[in-house]
Structure formats: structure tokens, C-alpha cells
Unconditional design. Structure first.
Length: 116
């Protein structure tokens, strides 16, 4: 088997670094908590850019029929771009929260969530 190598120029490296510096920063999940207390019954997401999102439970079809204990067991996917409820076998990507897309219609979770 012949060894092959990829040749990358300094200019290509500099261009890639510059592109990375100019890329928009995408917020990531820092923390996710489900709070089932009366008057608060919601999902709270803390993002890397300092924002917090509060999503009422009634807006999350993914939690239909879930007990409070099931809803509280939330796992951040390794890339911190989504949530996964292992007991419910469902999840939501952060981009859907940021674009206010969750709930009905139910969609299949993406491969990035399932791989978590």
C-alpha cells in the first residue's frame, strides 16, 4: 500500500484560520433544567452566549405523557447542540429552540441526537 500525503500551503492554512475567526459564533447549550414546580413548569436552557430560554411544558409535545421525573432527566448531547430525554427516547436540537421550532408536528430526531 502506497503512502500518500496531502500538501497544504501556508496560504491555505492562513485562509482557513481567517475564515474561522470571521465565522459567526454559534451558541451552545451550557445547562438544561426542567422545573416542574407550580407556576414554573418549564424547561430552562442556559446558552454559552449568556441567554436563557424558558419554554413552558405545554409547548413541548416531546414531553406529552412524561412524568416529572422523566422530564427532569435531560442529557446534553456531546456537541452541546441538542437535548436528549433518554427515558422518552426523544430530543430537540438547539437550532429548533433558537428558531422557535418545537412541538407539533413531531419530527424524527436527527442523527446527531441519536448518536449521543
Amino acid at each position: 500500500m502506497k503512502n500518500s500525503s496531502v500538501q497544504i500551503t501556508d496560504e491555505e492554512i492562513d485562509a482557513a484560520l481567517e475564515a474561522a475567526r470571521n465565522a459567526p459564533e454559534i451558541p451552545l447549550l451550557v445547562e438544561a433544567t426542567f422545573r416542574p414546580e407550580p407556576g414554573l413548569n418549564c424547561l430552562i436552557l442556559k446558552l454559552s452566549d449568556g441567554r436563557r430560554l424558558l419554554v413552558p411544558r405545554e409547548d413541548l409535545d416531546e414531553l406529552d405523557g412524561a412524568t416529572d421525573e422523566q422530564a427532569k432527566e435531560i442529557v446534553l448531547v456531546p456537541t452541546r447542540t441538542g437535548l436528549w430525554w433518554p427515558q422518552l427516547d426523544t430530543g430537540i436540537e438547539l437550532s429548533n429552540f433558537l428558531e422557535y421550532r418545537w412541538g407539533t408536528p413531531k419530527a424524527e430526531p436527527s442523527a446527531s441526537l441519536i448518536a449521543a
